[in-house]
Structure formats: structure tokens, C-alpha cells
Ligand binder design. Structure first.
Ligand SMILES: Cc1cc2nc3c(=O)[nH]c(=O)nc-3n(C[C@H](O)[C@H](O)[C@H](O)COP(=O)(O)O)c2cc1C
Length: 334
């Protein structure tokens, strides 16, 4: 079984990935939040820092690219290959209106002729320049209608993708409701490339249920799971998924490691960001996910949300985490 930490813009940058890797095991691969190359072919300093090898020493990292222009994709492939990356991922799932309006992310799925030509140019470029990178795709099952998926699979199957990561929702689902598993099954049956499943894996039991389904549809095929929100909320989840007997360590251990993870994140953001406000913004965003493990702690959570200074935040977070109400068995609920 293979496991991947999903790309999450604004959350799973290199500070987060390194903190996760320092404390937790089990995630075989991490994906960068999307890099969006423009026609001017420069990376922003945030994007560059996110992929610099010295910022990613201890993780297996796959950079993700969001574009609909083959020349921009190939430019970034060259840059990434020079940094030593051997695989890149194409984002065909981002549901944000500003992205889809530009025919990118999930918005590209509606323009299947253009998508086909894009992939053709990308693979032609990779072969003719002998670029040493493999290309995987992370896709939704459609923009407006899941009936788009069979046509999309036909296109994907024309190219030697290293992997097809399927998030079985259409764009209009955003991240709501339950993933449309019947379309994932279609992907499993029809994809020429190895498949990875992504969507609503919030507990080891969720992964086990998909694994069972997978085994029924494609017995013996290597299984691959990508987790996003569930892994931000329960960063130890990969250890549980990989561990046959379920829990990898005691509840006390889980809490101590959780505190260590939190503190590494805070230190990491303080190191690279100026001013309390930016660091606080990052940390508060995380609590949207982490908060599920602190039932009945609304008052303490409110103190975290209201903190305007890092000293107040530290105090509020330390009090919350020291609280015996930490419950590792609760899950993020979507
Ligand atoms: C805040 C946020 C940011 C995201 N950023 C990206 C991104 O940069 N690239 C991408 O392919 N998907 C992105 N996603 C989608 C996730 O990678 C993943 O597909 C989605 O959350 C469903 O998986 P999950 O249920 O395990 O979270 C993002 C999702 C969220 C909630």
C-alpha cells in the first residue's frame, strides 16, 4: 500500500511537511500545493522556497503544477528536473472560481479537446527533450457532471501517466457530500495508469472500507491512498492506516507527539514569517482541523481564535493541549 499527503494550498507548505515528517511516519509521499507558472516563467519566492531541495531534505516530494499551457508546464518541468525532481503532478481538480474561469484545475475538464492536445504536447516535449520527469494527474470526475468521466478516462489512457489520482467528486460538489464511489470503481476498472484514491478518508476505518471495496474490484492491485483534511486533523493517521492492529501508540504518546508537532509548526512559521499576524493566521487556520480532538473545549478554542498576539496564542494553545479532554479517537467530519 502507498500513502500520500495531499496538496493543500495555504497549509501543506514545506514548514508543515517538515514538521509532519519529523514527528510522524507512514506518509510515503507529500505533494506541494499547486505551483502556477505564468507566461513570464518566474516562480514566486513562496513557490521557489517550497520546492528548494534544502527545504525538503527528508521528504519524498512531488511538485504539483496548475496550468493549461503546455509550454508553461514544460518550462516548469525543466526547472524542477534541474532541482532533481523526477515526477510532477498536474492539477485537474481545483474547484475555485478564479481558477476554473481560466479553464484551469477542474475548469480544464470541460475542454476535453484542449486537454487532449495539452497532454499530447506535454508528452511530446518530455520525449523530444528527454526530460527525466514522469507525469501524474490528480483529477475530479468532471466539472459539471460525473458523466464526463468516461471521456476523461479515454483521454488519460492515451498517455503514459505515472499515476491517476482520482477525487471522485465533480467541481460543483467542492468538498461536500460523500465521494461518488461508483465513479471511483469505474476509474479502477478502466484506468491504464496506476490509480490512487482521494476523498474523505478521515479515519483508518474509512481507508479500510475503501481498501475492501478496491480489493473486490481489482484483487491484488497495489492500493494507494491520498489524504488531505483527515491527515491535517489527525496527523498520526498514516501510522494507523499502515499499522495492522490499528493504534500505533498510547493515547498519552499521541498527545505528546501532537504537542511536539504543533510546537514545530509554530517555531517554523515564526522563523520564516514576519509579524505576529501572519503566524497567527497560519496557526488559527490549522485549528479548523485540529479542533475536532478537543470536544467540549469551545471556550478554549475561542481564546485561540481571538488571540491577537503570539504570547496570548501560545498561552491559549498550551492550556488547551494540556487539557485532559484531548481525544485522539474523534475525527474530522468534513
Ligand atoms: C484548503 C484546501 C487547499 C487545497 N489545495 C489543493 C491544491 O493546492 N492542489 C490540489 O490538487 N488539491 C488541493 N486541495 C484538495 C485536496 O488535495 C484533496 O483533494 C481534498 O481535500 C479531498 O481530500 P480529503 O477529503 O482527504 O481532504 C485543497 C483542499 C483544501 C481543503
Amino acid at each position: 500500500m502507498r500513502t500520500s499527503f495531499a496538496p493543500m494550498e495555504g497549509i501543506t507548505g514545506y514548514v508543515f511537511r517538515n514538521a509532519h515528517r519529523a514527528v510522524y511516519r507512514g506518509a510515503d509521499r507529500y505533494f506541494t500545493p499547486f505551483l502556477a507558472p505564468g507566461a513570464s516563467h518566474v516562480l514566486s519566492s513562496r513557490e521557489k522556497n517550497d520546492i528548494l531541495p534544502e527545504n525538503n531534505r527528508d521528504v519524498c516530494l512531488i511538485p504539483q503544477i496548475l496550468t493549461n499551457r503546455a509550454e508553461d508546464f514544460l518550462w516548469l518541468c525543466r526547472v524542477l528536473a534541474d532541482y532533481g525532481y523526477r515526477e510532477v503532478n498536474l492539477n485537474l481538480g481545483c474547484p475555485s472560481g478564479t481558477v476554473t474561469a481560466k479553464k484551469k484545475g477542474a475548469g480544464f475538464l470541460l475542454f476535453r479537446g484542449e486537454l487532449d492536445r495539452f497532454l499530447e504536447s506535454v508528452f511530446e516535449g518530455i520525449y523530444s527533450e528527454e526530460l527525466p520527469v514522469r507525469v501524474s494527474v490528480k483529477t475530479r470526475i468532471g466539472m459539471e457532471d460525473p458523466g464526463e468521466f468516461p471521456d476523461l478516462l479515454t483521454i488519460y489512457n492515451r498517455y503514459p501517466l505515472s499515476e491517476l489520482i482520482i477525487h471522485p467528486r465533480i467541481r460543483n460538489d467542492y468538498y461536500e457530500g460523500f465521494p461518488r464511489m461508483e465513479y471511483f470503481r469505474t476509474g479502477l476498472m478502466e484506468s491504464a495508469a496506476p490509480v490512487s484514491y482521494n476523498g474523505n478518508l478521515f479515519s483508518a476505518a474509512d481507508a479500510k472500507a475503501v481498501a475492501k471495496e478496491w480489493e473486490k474490484v481489482r484483487p491484488g492491485m497495489e492500493q494507494s491512498f491520498m489524504l488531505g483534511r483527515g491527515a491535517v486533523a489527525s496527523p498520526w493517521i498514516f501510522e494507523e492506516i499502515c499499522h495492522e492492529s490499528g493504534k500505533p501508540c498510547s493515547a498519552g504518546d499521541i498527545r505528546d507527539r501532537f504537542i511536539r508537532f504543533h510546537d514545530l509548526l509554530l517555531e517554523g512559521y515564526e522563523e520564516i514569517m514576519s509579524g505576529d499576524r501572519n503566524v497567527l493566521f497560519k496557526m488559527k487556520e490549522l485549528w479548523f482541523y485540529l479542533g475536532c480532538h478537543f470536544p467540549g473545549c469551545e471556550k478554549e478554542m475561542k481564546r485561540i481564535k481571538k488571540a491577537q498576539k503570539l504570547s496570548d496564542y501560545r498561552d491559549a494553545a498550551a492550556r488547551l493541549m494540556a487539557d485532559s479532554r484531548f481525544d485522539a479517537d474523534r475525527f474530522f467530519a468534513g
